[in-house]
Design a protein around this ligand. Structure first.
Ligand code: MEV
Length: 433
């Protein structure tokens, strides 16, 4: 019978696994071996990974792949990407190659500001609060000097602090809104530490301190002022390859496909999901926080009030233009970026970029992914490439041998892949001995 447990985190790894074997829904009596086969025999390395989270009992592998041939601002990059989706890397690589002889991608960081908020309730007179805020503001900043001194030396720090009266939205609700520059760090710990100190200073120095009730102090992952733009463009005539029959038809169809994602929410979500296939892969490979990036991107996609495509496409004077504008609060120092050996290696592969360079590279990965998806969708259809990439997963589900895989790959080069067709193919191979 399953039982709740207290003090679980204090058990060692073997004890935790032992407990799990008796207390989960799994009927598998091989749990321990499955978990342990993914643990690294290098004890030091394993310990490092164990300590990234609490209650670690194994490692969860995902492919660490690379997409070569990306020209970004005239520099050639190989982009490390971590994803479980089989077609993502192939799509990125194809897109990079497509744009390679057309000048590649250009990217520019438009802004790098981040926001933090102290949310509080105050039941007194607003004029009194405002007067107090203006007086205490220098102390709010000086009280965090031990937190900000290093960041100031690196050229970052607090850019502004303001008091917001939001009592029209929630009775007696006010906010201290602070703007930060966190340089090459994503900055969550830095911002949150500053905010918690602001809250203490702000409440404790008020004459009637009980009149201020701090609700919470936390950074905002919405970063509409931490924006990067990436773009590609070329003469429409140059948009040709084996899948593009008429470049002008292709360009017009492409622009329409993007327009659809501007007006139709159902399409926009899928369209942006494709962009995030590229973005998240780089974000994960470089040890950044993909949940923060995801929530910011989708909030930004709905900044007009309706959820829209993050990319734009146009044809003007026979020039095809395709671009993305996206918030990306990324770091190249702090967090797991240096601590996780593969994240560190990923940054090395990229030439140790600063956070602005990483913003550019990541935005390009998103744009490239979207280009590849739309190109497939409006020409061959997505399943053609997807199922080809998925073939190996289906073969693995069938426990196909290397020989069987070889034969299947050859056969499906010219035949449409489906689960049923692969099943039948393998059955036929096996029955023929
Ligand atoms: C699949 O992961 C992503 C796509 O659906 C994106 C799109 O439809 O644009 C192919």
């Amino acid at each position: 019978m399953k039982m709740p447990i207290s003090g679980f985190s204090k058990l060692n790894k073997s004890e935790k696994i032992e407990w799990l074997t008796k207390n989960s829904f799994s009927q598998n009596n091989n749990i321990k071996n499955i978990l342990l086969q993914y643990c690294n025999s290098n004890e030091k390395l394993q310990k490092l990974h164990d300590e990234f989270a609490e209650n670690t009992i194994s490692n969860f592998y995902l492919p660490f792949a690379i997409a070569p041939n990306f020209i970004i601002n005239k520099k050639l990059y190989t982009i490390p990407m971590v994803t479980e989706e089989s077609s993502v890397i192939a799509a990125a690589s194809k897109s990079a190659k497509f744009w390679l002889d057309k000048g590649g991608f250009n990217a520019t960081v438009l802004s790098t500001k981040k926001v933090g908020q102290v949310h509080f309730i105050y039941k007194g007179d607003f004029k009194k609060l405002k007067k107090y805020f203006d007086k205490i503001k220098p102390k709010l900043i000086s009280d965090v000097s031990s937190i900000t001194s290093n960041m100031n030396k690196r050229g970052g720090g607090i850019l502004n602090i303001e008091l917001l009266n939001l009592s029209d939205k929630i009775e007696n609700y006010f906010q201290i809104k602070a703007i930060f520059d966190t340089q090459d760090a994503m900055g969550a710990n830095f911002i949150n530490s500053c905010l918690e100190q602001f809250a203490k200073t702000f409440k404790n120095n008020f004459t009637e301190k009980n009149e201020i009730e701090i609700i919470m102090s936390i950074l905002s992952n919405y970063v509409p002022e931490c924006i990067v733009k990436a773009e590609v463009s070329c003469d429409v005539e140059k948009l040709s390859d084996t899948n593009i029959i008429d470049p002008f038809d292709f360009a017009n169809k492409f622009v329409r496909a993007v327009k659809i994602a501007e007006v139709d929410r159902y399409r926009a979500v899928t369209h942006n999901k494709g962009i995030m296939n590229g973005i998240d892969s780089v974000v994960i490979a470089t040890g950044n926080d993909f949940r923060a990036i995801e929530s910011a991107a989708h909030a930004y996609a709905s900044k007009s009030g309706s959820y829209k495509s993050l990319t734009k496409a146009s044809v003007e004077n026979k020039i095809f233009k395709f671009s993305i504008e996206i918030p990306l609060a990324l770091g190249t120092v702090g967090g797991l970026t240096k601590l996780h050996p593969l994240a560190n290696l990923a940054l090395d592969i990229l030439g140790k970029p600063n956070s602005e360079d990483l913003m550019k590279i990541t935005a390009v990965a998103g744009l490239a992914q979207n280009f590849a998806a739309i190109k497939s969708l409006i020409t061959t259809g997505i399943q053609h490439g997807h199922m080809k990439m998925h073939l190996i997963n289906i073969l693995n589900q069938q426990k196909a041998t290397d020989k069987e895989k070889e034969k299947a790959i050859e056969y499906f080069k010219t035949n449409t892949v489906s689960h049923l067709k692969v099943d039948l193919f393998i059955k036929k191979l096996r029955s023929n001995g």
